[in-house]
Design a protein around this ligand. Structure first.
Ligand SMILES: *[C@@H]1O[C@H](CO)[C@@H](O)[C@H](O)[C@H]1NC(C)=O
Ligand SMILES: *[C@@H]1O[C@H](CO)[C@@H](O)[C@H](O)[C@H]1NC(C)=O
Ligand SMILES: *[C@@H]1O[C@H](CO)[C@@H](O)[C@H](O)[C@H]1NC(C)=O
Ligand SMILES: *[C@@H]1O[C@H](CO)[C@@H](O)[C@H](O)[C@H]1NC(C)=O
Ligand SMILES: *[C@@H]1O[C@H](CO)[C@@H](O)[C@H](O)[C@H]1NC(C)=O
Ligand SMILES: [Zn+2]
Length: 944
């Protein structure tokens, strides 16, 4: 029996390759000429990795009270339905759910799936771990989540598993950078669901639903075909055949009283016919599916079968004068069919997105600001941990939990802040679990890379609330060493701040007393009252250690000579303005108006800065005039925000830093901080936002300068290239704005700037926010929001975060202000340094750490070692990025690749950006690697 079974299996296997086309789905397309009008029927199911339920609940079907969706059963149902008929096809999109299904499936189910993929019935489209958001995602997170998803597909299925086409059918607006990244992954097209309704109308009128997207000003090759879907991702009206839909099934039995085909088909033809002119060719794509559809794939597909069978016999049905042909298809086949068509081009992005005159999806740029910071910080830890693990040679697969948690965080209901509160709590939990994995890897790497035994490695886990009980005892008991690793490819000069319970009596290095507001943070349990502040300078991918000893011992000798020993004094705020100068920077601060003037890098501007709130629009959403501000939507109820003036001020002046502590209300305070090197940052603590008056509030920080910026401002796209924004205007259509504030908000991932001929001001953020410039000379960024109404786009909850103690979320964060002559400031490099801050660990004795796997002196200044990750024993994933844009004057640089790895390369091959496809033409003897402005090149390297 056993032997027999074995033989049968081999035969069956042989049978697969003999009986089927043997083509991947994207090669298994129909024949397209102009002899018929082709309607591409694309069955799909949109599966969010968390939204109204958690990922696990959606997968298993638990929390059935919310809904009884079980992704596991969707996969099972689709697989068994496709096995019945080789003509049926289906696309899967989110690899995160696929991986869960695969891990929980029998060998027989896996074999069936493999067969369906290899014979062209199943195709993975996009193939990222999730369908990522495009506004609040930082580009390295996006690259990583695509690499994870496509890597799983490539490893499991080989070439047929690797997607070629993007499928962003639900994200709330589309960035140019994501299109550019896809293009660098060798994708040749991208399908979009949601675009601004006015843009869509204009595209329909001009027949430009397909377009040629020039997705980078710096990279001439970042080009792909964009396609806007006819009906988001839903089926045509009346043609939803899911078990959750109420549309009648199709009946083809002419004898039956229920026979309904002619009437139904007539409506469908009319629907397609009116839309055919919106598209460039004789092809039309119909999305047959919706959120979590295909629990019963048979119900869906038996109806599609009837539809196709019937239409293809009706030779009289014509569109564009051609007979109509319906067929099972995929997005790649549609792209193949329209190849060569003349398309209008587009060079901007699809932000902001509005779905009606009062629904600007610009609130989510800021929604859940604590989670947005957690994500940025987790990425910082993740990138550094990967680098350290690779340098120490800890082996591959060490950060699989954090990599998956971070990938899921990029989902368009996660980082956006548009999932239910308990779902967001689950995202936070798995991210924090990933932190432990990263800390273990970092500690192990530090130990392995150091020549001495310095005792256990200790982390401060709550630096964001300025406490570190972990080191307090050590500090007082003979002192401690601060060891820092710099994950950026640039030398950094920064200040480290270490919490302590003692004042200046105990440590001569102690400097800043905390503001009282910090003590009120509910997550604080420690007793730190001060922080030790000291400057530190760390080379690219290098280590630095500083010892802190109690005063009684000889601390001074432990310090590198360049470390100043700071002291501070409190200055009483006076009636007059306070002027402080450090280096080239001068700030003029008014006791009640705050900042009034600043000089930096030789440029002086009059500038005030402060906090305001917009009252959120209330409403029951019964029509769009009653739209409420909520998790997705920003809808202030008046256009001028309410100012929050300074109520008290304290000035603290030390040797290395000056701080102006301002209190505005009992729930909002900040510190304007100027460090010895002339950097200016603003650190704020906001919350709980008061809502006892039953009015939601959205808090902004705004700077008013005399820069003559007119209606122009600049925002970054996912932390990479800069886009010019023009107030009250869109580059490709005449916009009419009924929401003058929300309609001018754009995603600010890392930076926003204004300029005139003499001056430029840039604000760099520590997380993604929304921002705008509503008047000449202004920059505003939205920091926090608390809304009391749901905005009726599905989440079913108001964005009213409880925070740690249930009183309302408190957040703390920092932004940096730079004034400079136009085009002089390298904001890109500065933003990379903020995203890749030094990683700090503590030990009793100094760690004598160094690494020898890479020689960073071989990297030109404008190159970032974007990825350095160990995949297996001697295998590494390496990415190099030219950081600067062509418009910032960058040129081509070359990297001596063998020298970067100390001439220990055994083998190297180049791949596309997500390590998804090899680039044989560019492999071979890779010596000097040329990088054009903004170019990222990806390599798989075997080291000796
Ligand atoms: C089909 O017709 C369109 C419009 O007339 C034309 O642009 C296109 O090249 C034709 N395609 C083929 C495959 O003949
Ligand atoms: C699936 O299984 C693989 C291999 O055992 C494992 O590495 C991965 O973490 C699992 N994924 C999930 C989501 O459980
Ligand atoms: C700033 O404002 C003052 C008084 O309002 C004015 O005299 C001065 O010229 C302004 N400075 C700049 C740089 O515009
Ligand atoms: C501090 O970080 C923790 C997670 O480590 C987070 O839950 C908390 O909200 C953060 N607190 C503040 C004030 O940012
Ligand atoms: C690192 O590279 C530089 C420049 O190529 C070279 O001078 C130096 O000797 C290298 N260092 C090591 C340790 O190999
Ligand atoms: Zn979705």
């Amino acid at each position: 029996m056993a032997i027999h079974g074995g033989v049968a299996f081999v035969l069956l296997f042989a049978g697969f390759s003999a009986s089927v086309t043997g083509k991947c789905s994207f090669e298994n397309c129909g024949h397209y000429d102009n002899s018929s009008y082709v309607v591409h029927i694309v069955p799909h199911s949109h599966m969010d990795l968390g939204w109204l339920k958690t990922v696990q609940q959606y997968f298993y079907g638990t929390n059935a009270g919310e809904n009884n969706i079980a992704v596991k059963l969707i996969y099972d149902s689709v697989v068994s339905e496709l096995l019945t008929d080789v003509n049926k096809r289906f696309i899967f999109v989110e690899t995160g759910f696929f991986e869960l299904w695969w891990n929980h499936s029998s060998d027989a189910s896996r074999e069936s799936f493999r067969k369906l993929l290899n014979n062209g019935q199943i195709e993975f489209i996009s193939g990222g771990y999730v369908m990522n958001d495009e506004a609040a995602t930082y580009y390295t997170n996006t690259i990583d989540q695509m690499t994870l998803g496509l890597g799983i597909l490539r490893k499991t299925f080989g070439e047929c598993g690797v997607s070629r086409v993007g499928w962003q059918i639900d994200p709330f607006g589309h960035s140019r950078e994501f299109a550019s990244l896809l293009s660098q992954m060798n994708f040749d097209g991208l399908f979009l669901g949601r675009i601004d309704y006015q843009d869509k109308n204009a595209r329909e009128e001009s027949g430009t639903m397909e377009f040629y997207w020039r997705a980078s000003e710096s990279l001439p090759k970042s080009r792909l075909t964009g396609v806007v879907l006819a009906n988001n991702y839903s089926p045509p009206p009346g043609f939803c055949f899911d078990i959750y839909c109420n549309d009648d099934p199709l009946v083809e039995d002419k004898e039956s009283e229920e026979y309904n085909l002619p009437g139904r088909i007539e409506k469908l033809m009319e629907w397609i016919g009116t839309r055919a002119p919106f598209f460039a060719t004789n092809n039309f794509l119909i999305t047959m599916g919706n959120d979590f559809n295909y629990h019963s794939a048979h119900k869906w597909m038996s109806n599609i079968d009837i539809l196709i069978r019937y239409v293809n016999t009706r030779k009289d049905l014509k569109i564009n004068g051609l007979p109509v042909r319906f067929e099972y298809s995929t997005p790649s086949c549609y792209l193949k069919a329209i190849r060569g068509a003349k398309l209008a081009s587009k060079a901007d992005d699809f932000f902001p997105y509005s779905s009606d005159p009062h629904a600007f999806w610009t609130g989510y740029f800021t929604s859940r600001p604590a989670f947005k910071y957690l994500d940025r910080f987790a990425n910082n830890l993740f990138q550094a941990a990967k680098q350290l693990a690779a340098m120490a040679g800890l082996g591959g697969g060490r950060l699989s939990g954090l990599s998956r948690a971070l990938a899921v965080d990029q989902h368009h209901d996660a980082i956006t802040g548009t999932a239910k509160q308990f779902v967001n709590d689950a995202y936070t939990r798995s991210t924090l679990k990933g932190f432990n994995e990263a800390r273990d890897v970092i500690a192990e790497a530090f130990v392995s890379l150091s020549r001495n035994d310095a005792g256990p490695i200790v982390f401060c886990k709550s630096l964001n609330v300025s406490e570190c009980d972990e080191i307090d005892g050590m500090l007082r008991n003979g002192g401690i060493t601060v060891n820092a690793y710099n994950p950026s490819s640039q030398l950094v000069r920064t200040f480290l701040r270490i919490p302590t319970t003692d004042g200046e009596e105990a440590f001569s290095v102690t400097f800043c007393p905390y503001r009282r507001v910090l003590f009120a943070l509910p997550e604080r349990s420690g007793k730190a009252t001060h922080e030790i502040v000291f400057p530190i300078e760390i080379g690219a991918h290098a280590f630095e250690s500083v010892s802190i000893k109690p005063k009684k011992t000889s601390w001074a000798s432990e310090f590198p000579s360049e470390v100043e020993v700071p002291t501070y004094r409190r200055l009483r705020p006076g009636k007059r303005e306070f002027v402080e100068r450090r280096g080239d920077t001068e700030l003029r601060i008014h006791p009640t108006r705050g900042l009034v003037r600043m000089t930096m890098n030789g440029v002086t501007i009059n500038a005030t800065a402060g906090y305001y709130y917009y009252e959120s629009h209330a409403g029951d959403n019964h029509d769009f005039g009653h739209r409420a501000s909520g998790a997705y939507i920003f809808r202030p109820n008046v256009s001028s925000p309410v100012p929050l003036p300074i109520t008290s001020q304290e000035i603290i002046k030390g040797k290395t830093v000056t701080e102006i502590h301002n209190t505005y209300t009992d729930w909002l305070s900040d510190v304007i901080r100027m460090t010895g090197d002339g950097k200016v940052e603003v650190e704020w603590v906001i919350g709980p936002i008061p809502v006892a008056d039953k009015v939601g509030k959205e808090i902004i920080w705004r700077m008013d300068t005399d820069i003559d910026s007119g209606s122009e401002f600049f925002t970054d796209s996912n932390g990479r290239e800069t886009l010019k924004r023009t107030r009250d205007s869109r580059p490709t259509w005449d916009v009419s704005l009924e929401e003058p504030v929300a309609g001018n908000y754009y995603p600010v991932n890392t930076r926003i700037a204004i300029r005139d001929k003499d001056a430029e001001t840039t604000v760099l953020t520590d997380r993604s926010v929304g921002g705008s410039s509503l008047r000449s000379g202004q920059i505003e960024i939205m920091l926090h929001r608390r809304c009391l109404f749901d905005d009726a786009f599905g989440v079913g909850e108001a964005l009213n975060e409880p925070g740690y103690d249930g009183e309302g979320l408190r957040i703390r964060g920092t932004h940096t202000i730079v004034v400079q002559t136009p085009d002089e400031f390298d904001a890109r490099s500065a933003s990379i340094n903020l995203a890749l801050k030094p990683i700090v660990v503590f030990s009793k004795e100094p760690l004598e750490t160094s690494q020898s796997r890479i020689n960073v002196t071989t990297l030109p200044d404008i190159v970032q070692l974007l990825s350095f990750e160990q995949l297996a024993e001697n295998e590494f994933l390496v990415r190099l990025e030219n950081k600067l844009e062509r418009r910032a004057g960058a040129g081509t640089v070359t990297v001596d690749f063998p020298a970067l790895f100390n001439d220990r390369i055994e083998n190297v091959k180049e791949t596309f950006l997500a390590a998804n496809i090899d680039r044989p033409s560019r492999t071979g003897a890779i010596r000097s690697v040329r990088l054009y402005p903004m170019e990222i090149r990806t390599f798989l390297v075997t080291l000796k």
